[in-house]
Design a protein. Structure first.
Lengths: 177, 672
């Protein structure tokens, strides 16, 4: 009858669900890159970006709120767009937009992994593959766009380009989920 | 034609028009300057794009990402603690203002019955006398407590009118206070063991949940991280009972990229409006990710091969078993995002390691999950929950993969030490000393010689001194029939804390050891439980009997570590003791295992006793004394123990933190 089932050392493990660490760090780093890049383009917009960055970081590490993180990414992007008004440096703007979207994706992935797994889970490999896929796609897309951008197209005016891009968007939307 | 098709065609049409316009502008560069309104038109398009983008942002902020919510199988099930119902009633009354009258009436009645029992036990008087003492308020010096049972029902109450309606809401708080004071006074009067006393006045500020979880007011925040999830609660996977080796649960779009289009729309729109080519360029990245989100492939999780291994072949309840899972991808394609949770059975508790893994598996690659779990009796086969996504995470497929590796945990029926069996026996020889004289070891009496008495029992000394033959009788040693009876109703599944085993677990663990000891003493031992699932194993002997009992301890649904409400059998209400009473042999003793959480259990013991069975109650004490409800249940249980002892029923009041063998020894000296 010596049934010692409640020894302290045999107690259950901790189970906590905060955003995944690795993705969170990369998400904040990407947002920081975006802010720094926009600050180089137009220092005036830096406060907006920093405000958004604070939102991203606080959402991931302090309040653990996905909404706050997404809102933070949105504000960082507002900073990027504002920077575009003040200084038209296509390379920097392209890079800042890429970094912002990467931050958006990794932030939401950090929450998703945190919810479905736990803080104690080994998530390194899964997260790393996701980061790599997202960054790879972004870099490829940005490279392609930039390549098309620097080739002189002659008759491709801004209005024509706009219509072209928007038509592309509509076609994408029509792809059935 | 449904609305989606219409919308789709509309999108394609708008896209085609825009594309045609763009193509026209590229083909005829002069078109833009020829049409004076073209610039304004494009400007307008830009504004619309920005606005649409903001709309997408709004949808994202409002919308929910759809994903499988995984369970938390690591944690033990949160069993209710004794007294939770009382605390809940008080909480409802004071905080939610619900059921004020019903709860109040119930609590008053419960407290009054308890007070009668306590006073009757102390004064050693009849129930009527105890009621009179309560009515007169003579039982205590505390005025508030004394008044509790004195309050005469007013005319309004008699007419069924709510008292709180008449005298305002302060009355509820006053009632709660009086209730607390009375409980404390009953602890005092009834001489009930509690580890600390509560200052009634300061008690009221703690929140219901703090009280419910047994926390004191100041250490509330460091416990937040600890969650107690039943496997299925909060999870979107409805059930884990699966016999299929592979089962698809869901396939869904996660919507996690919802909002990424906004980056494209806002950037392009802003770029158009301000004529900033850089912003339009930036917007293309958003378009690229929008495409990425749409292009999806269903992960081929059916190609996963899962193997589960245990480091022990035949574990016993309470053993720590190391579990190793090997997951191999034989689907022929890469699985870029795998989130796996081993759905450890409810009764198990993970003590080390993590039964989860988030990884990516190349075709042919494998990964391992290792953890240690404390196992519990029963037969188990459990699945691995696999949540797989494609590269972008846009599609999520949830499946259950059940490896062919079952685990059977059977209690060993160890013989530890002797169990005091009472003197109700059968005709078979055994270990129990009876009051009858005959062959045996312990001296019983000397009687006249009768022809046929064996020579070795003749009292030769007497023959030598008086010349008359006399025979010595020893106490006969007989075997007893013992039925181990479990109280496994829902109300017995209570535990002293979130991480603690519940009373039924304590009972079955103790009983499986006790079974071995009783059997070893040569008794006929049977098992029964009163529950909605009939459980009856007639007393018997032999090694086959022992083996069957082991299996029964491990696998009978009535003795399951899962409470009845969480099992899926259909229940109908019948007196749960009916089948036991019908089958119980008339000469059988009964060892009743019950936490004595309600009057029914005590009543069962009393009725069995009055039917001529000698009853020994082994009661694991899982009551605690933090909240008023918990303190109340402790007094109630103490009152029940005293009630039974008064009637000559043996009660082993067992604190599960102590070894039962020590408790048995203590009890043995008391009963000897």
């Amino acid at each position: 009858m010596s049934f010692d089932i409640q020894d302290e050392e045999f107690s259950a493990v901790e189970v906590t669900h905060s955003p995944a660490q690795f993705s969170s760090i990369i998400a904040v780093a990407a947002a920081l890159l975006a802010v720094v890049t926009t600050a180089l383009v137009a220092p005036l917009t830096a406060p907006v970006g920093l405000f958004g960055l604070a939102g991203v970081a606080a959402g991931l590490f302090v309040f653990e709120s996905e909404r706050l993180t997404i809102a933070g990414t949105g504000i960082v992007f507002v900073g990027v767009v504002a920077a575009g008004f003040f200084g038209d440096v296509p390379e920097f703007l392209l890079f800042a937009a890429l970094a912002t979207i990467v931050s958006f994706d990794l932030g939401s992935n950090a929450f998703s992994v945190g919810r479905q797994m736990t803080d104690q889970t080994d998530t390194q490999r899964g997260e790393a593959v996701h980061v790599a896929a997202t960054v790879f796609l972004g870099v490829m897309a940005a490279g392609l766009s930039y390549g098309l951008f620097i080739v002189p197209w002659g008759s491709l005016t801004v209005p024509a380009l706009t219509l072209l891009l928007l038509s592309a968007l509509f076609f994408i939307w029509s792809i059935r989920q | 034609m449904d609305i989606e098709t219409v919308l789709n065609r509309l999108l394609i049409a708008v896209g085609a028009i825009l594309f045609a316009a763009a193509a026209a502008m590229i083909a005829v560069p002069s078109l833009a300057s020829a049409l004076p309104s073209a610039t304004q038109g494009v400007f307008l398009v830009g504004i619309v794009a920005v606005l649409t983008g903001l709309g997408v942002v709004r949808r994202r902020l409002r919308g929910e990402v759809e994903e499988t919510v995984t369970p938390n199988p690591e944690r033990p099930a949160g069993n209710p603690m004794p007294g939770e119902d009382v605390d809940r009633m008080l909480y409802e009354m004071t905080h939610l203002r619900q059921g004020v009258n019903e709860n109040r009436e119930h609590l008053e009645e419960r407290l009054e019955n308890l007070a009668v029992a306590v006073v009757r036990n102390r004064e050693d008087c009849s129930v009527e006398e105890a009621r009179r003492i309560l009515q007169a308020g003579e039982w205590t010096d505390n005025e508030t407590a004394a008044e509790f049972f004195q309050s005469e029902r007013t005319a309004a109450q008699e007419a069924g009118l709510s008292e709180s309606l008449l005298s305002g809401t302060d009355d509820v708080a006053a009632f709660e206070n009086r209730f607390r004071v009375t409980v404390e006074e009953l602890i005092e009067v009834g001489d009930v063991d509690v580890s600390h006393s509560v200052d009634v006045e300061e008690e009221t500020d703690r929140s219901f949940f703090d009280r419910l979880l047994g926390r004191s007011g100041d250490d509330g925040d460091d416990d937040e991280a600890v969650e107690s999830n039943w496997n299925e609660s909060n999870s979107t996977v409805p059930t884990f009972d699966t016999s299929e080796p592979f089962e698809d649960v869901s396939l869904q779009h996660t919507n996690r990229w919802l909002g990424v289009t906004a980056f494209a729309l806002v950037a392009i729109g802003a770029g158009v409006v301000t004529f900033t080519p850089g912003l339009m360029l930036a917007g293309t990245v958003g378009i690229a990710y929008t495409i990425y989100a749409r292009v999806s492939a269903v992960p081929r999780t059916e190609g996963l091969v899962v193997e589960r291994e245990f480091d022990v072949d035949d574990p016993e309840p309470g053993d720590l078993v190391e579990v190793t899972l090997t997951v191999r991808n034989e689907s022929g394609s890469m699985l870029p995002d795998l989130r796996m949770v081993d759905v450890v059975p409810d009764a198990f508790v993970v003590t080390d390691g993590v039964p989860r893994l988030h990884t990516a598996l190349q075709s042919g690659a494998q990964a391992q999950i290792e953890y240690t779990a404390r196992v519990e009796r029963g037969e188990y086969e459990w699945p691995l929950l696999v949540v797989a996504r494609d590269f972008s995470g846009g599609v999520e497929r949830t499946s259950l993969v059940t490896p062919d590796a079952g685990m059977r945990v059977v209690p060993p029926l160890r013989v530890t030490n002797d169990i005091p069996v009472r003197a109700q026996t059968t005709q078979y020889a055994g270990d129990v000393d009876t009051k009858q004289g005959g062959a045996g070891l312990e001296f019983h009496s000397v009687r006249e010689y009768r022809p046929g008495d064996p020579m070795n029992r003749i009292n030769w000394k007497q023959v030598a001194s008086t010349g008359e033959l006399a025979t010595i009788d020893f106490r006969q040693e007989k075997a007893a029939t013992v039925t181990i009876l479990f109280d496994t109703r829902q109300s017995a599944y209570i535990s002293a804390g979130v991480d603690e085993p519940h009373a039924v677990d304590h009972s079955v663990h103790a009983a499986s050891d006790m079974f071995g000891a009783l059997y070893d003493q040569g008794n006929l031992v049977g098992i029964a439980a009163f529950d909605t699932v009939p459980c009856w194993y007639a007393p018997g002997a032999g090694s086959e009997h022992l083996e069957n009992a082991r299996v029964l301890f491990a696998q009978h649904p009535a003795l399951s570590p899962r409470p009845p409400e969480r099992q899926d059998h259909e229940s109908q209400y019948i007196d749960p003791m009916t089948h036991v009473r019908r089958r119980l042999p008339s000469t059988s003793q009964v060892f009743l295992f019950s936490p004595l959480a309600d009057d029914y259990a005590a009543e069962v013991a009393r009725r069995l006793d009055s039917e001529g069975h000698l009853v020994t109650v082994i009661s694991p004490d899982v009551t605690v004394d933090e909240t008023v409800g918990q303190r109340l249940t402790r007094i109630e249980r103490t009152a029940r123990v005293r009630y039974l002892r008064e009637r000559g029923i043996r009660v082993m009041d067992w604190d599960p933190d102590e070894q039962l063998s020590l408790e048995v020894e203590k009890a043995q000296t008391r009963w000897a």
